[in-house]
Every structure is written in structure tokens, then in C-alpha cells.
Design a protein around this ligand. Structure first.
Ligand code: C2E
Ligand code: CA
Ligand code: CA
Ligand code: CA
Length: 273
């Protein structure tokens, strides 16, 4: 038995180091991807119940020369282990602000949301860098929405508020992403300058599941309304889900395959014409 234990340890150990090697290799390739222009931006429309498009979320993809399209769920966690994530987030922000500048010239008043990694948010030049980009591209601050998760926000509250205020005072908006999956008390939330709550897809998925307690979605909606925040529902895949949400709050914003999938920028622009 002892012998076997030893073998299984070695087996586990070699599996582990193989995984580390793979991650290391991916990080190296990802650094190159950034300079080789293998990263792609897609946009997923956000709509009213009627289907009217009012905004979009920017989602990154990696067009790997051999492996094809790689999902952010695979490479973002690796990028988040170093400042590579800061470079990636800033690449996305630059693309989005350039697109917003073009839309503004055509007098299209849509907002675009960008995902901000916790590590990036914590950078000391986070606010200044974004403010400079917005000014350089000449877009209206209010057309940019920054999505942060609850995890970002549980740091020292006065520091978090100061960082957010610096941008929100200019007009930039903040959304709390994946709301309901992390820790944040209502008292805490009420101190933050947040404009939007995004109900996590897991709650939308479970909406009609009889084993799941009712009322979570209604609770999130009433919290958001009390705090004067917009509400976006993630992962809306069916008409029934859309109707349920609309009946709970007719101003709720829908994001999901039932309305639109993430598409490349050219396709998205054609869809809003
Ligand atoms: P997220 O911010 O929660 O983004 C929503 C995810 O749900 C996206 O996955 C989107 O394609 C997917 N989705 C939207 N509607 C539906 C639906 O109706 N059904 C299903 N099954 N899925 C739906 P995606 O694009 O794979 O992104 C995964 C995660 O990667 C994102 O989750 C976000 O956390 C991260 N991510 C994506 N782009 C960026 C980025 O530019 N920067 C950073 N830091 N993170 C990003
Ligand atoms: Ca998001
Ligand atoms: Ca989300
Ligand atoms: Ca989510």
C-alpha cells in the first residue's frame, strides 16, 4: 500500500508540473499574441425587452494560429497572474474608445461596457490612464462603462471609493458584474458610485428551477431600484426568461443569446444600422 502511495504521489506530482509548464507556455504565447495582433474583440448587444439595442459589452477572444479561437475563460485566468492582464485590459479599452469615437461622429449614442480585472483596478495609475485615453479619443466619458466584480470592491473601502470617484466625477460609469455571486453587504454597496448591477447568469439559469428558492432575482431588482441603478440580466436564452424579467421590472436590460450573441465589430456595427 505504501508503495502505491508513493507512485500516486509521483503521478500527481508530474501531472502538476505538466500543468504548470502548460500555463507557462500559454502565458508566453499570450504575450506574443498581443504584439502579433491575435487578440480579437467581439461585442454582445444589450437590449430592451422589445429588442431595441441600447448598449453592448466588449468580450475578448484569442485567435490562436494553430489552436483556433480560444475562450477568455481559458486565458484570462492565466493573464491575471501577472501584469499581462493590465496590458490586455488596456488593449481592449483602447479598441473600445476608438470605436466609441467613430459612433459618436455618426451621432450614435450607445454605451459600451468593458471588463476590468481586479489586478488592473488596483494599479495606482488605473484612473489616470483611463481618463487620459478618454480625453485623447475625444469620447464622452459617460459612454464608457467599466465592469468590476464584487471581489474588487472588498478592498479598503475609502481607497476603492476614491478611485471610482475620480472617474465617475468625469462621467465614466461603473457596473458590478456577476452580482450576487460574491460577498458584498448592502451597507457597503450603498457607499460606492455604481450605476448598474449585472445579475449573474447562474440566477437566470435557475429562474424556473423548482429546487431553487424563489425571490433572488426580485431581491436583486429591488436593491438596484432602491439604489437607482440600472439592471442588466446576463445569459438570457429564452423568451420565457425575458418575459419573466420584464414582468418583474420593465426597464431591465437583457443580454443573452436570445437577443444577440457576441460578434466581431463589423458584424455588430451592421446590426445597429
Ligand atoms: P462575463 O463578464 O460574465 O461575460 C459574460 C459571458 O457570458 C461571456 O462569455 C458571454 O459570451 C457569455 N454569454 C452571454 N450571453 C450568454 C447566453 O445567453 N448563454 C451563454 N451560455 N453564455 C452567454 P465569454 O465571452 O466567454 O467571457 C467569459 C469571461 O471572460 C467574462 O465573463 C469575463 O469575466 C472574462 N472576459 C471576457 N473578455 C474580457 C476582457 O476583455 N477583459 C477581462 N479582464 N476579462 C474578460
Ligand atoms: Ca462582464
Ligand atoms: Ca458578467
Ligand atoms: Ca457571469
Amino acid at each position: 500500500a505504501k508503495q502505491q502511495g508513493g507512485n500516486s504521489f509521483r503521478f500527481y506530482h508530474s501531472q502538476f508540473s505538466q500543468e504548470v509548464r502548460q500555463q507557462f507556455e500559454m502565458e508566453k504565447q499570450l504575450r506574443q499574441a498581443l504584439s502579433n495582433e491575435e487578440l480579437r474583440l467581439q461585442l454582445q448587444s444589450q437590449c430592451l425587452h422589445s429588442g431595441k439595442i441600447i448598449s453592448a459589452e466588449a468580450l475578448i477572444r484569442w485567435q490562436h494560429p494553430e489552436q483556433g479561437m480560444i475562450s477568455p475563460a481559458q486565458f484570462i485566468p492565466i493573464a491575471e497572474q501577472s501584469d499581462l492582464i493590465v496590458a490586455i485590459d488596456r488593449w481592449v479599452l483602447t479598441q473600445v474608445c476608438e470605436l466609441l469615437a467613430e459612433l459618436q461622429q455618426q451621432r450614435r449614442r450607445l454605451t459600451i461596457s468593458v471588463n476590468i480585472s481586479p489586478r488592473h483596478f488596483r494599479k495606482s495609475d488605473f484612473e489616470d490612464w483611463i481618463d487620459a485615453l478618454v480625453k485623447e479619443t475625444g469620447i464622452e466619458h459617460r459612454s464608457l462603462v467599466l465592469e468590476v466584480t464584487e471581489g474588487v470592491l472588498i478592498d479598503d473601502v475609502s481607497n476603492v471609493v476614491a478611485k471610482m470617484d475620480r472617474l465617475t466625477n468625469q462621467g465614466v460609469q461603473f457596473a458590478i458584474d456577476d452580482f450576487g455571486t460574491g460577498y458584498s453587504s448592502l451597507a457597503y454597496l450603498s457607499r460606492l458610485p455604481v450605476h448598474e448591477l449585472k445579475i449573474d447568469k447562474s440566477f437566470i439559469d435557475a429562474m424556473f428551477d423548482p429546487r431553487v428558492k424563489n425571490g433572488v432575482i426580485q431581491t436583486i431588482i429591488s436593491v438596484a431600484n432602491h439604489m437607482n441603478m440600472r439592471i442588466v440580466a446576463e445569459g438570457v436564452e429564452t423568451q420565457q426568461q425575458a418575459d419573466f424579467l420584464y414582468n418583474a421590472d420593465n426597464a431591465i436590460i437583457m443580454q443573452g443569446y436570445h437577443y444577440a450573441r457576441p460578434v466581431d465589430i463589423a458584424t455588430w456595427r451592421a446590426s445597429i444600422e
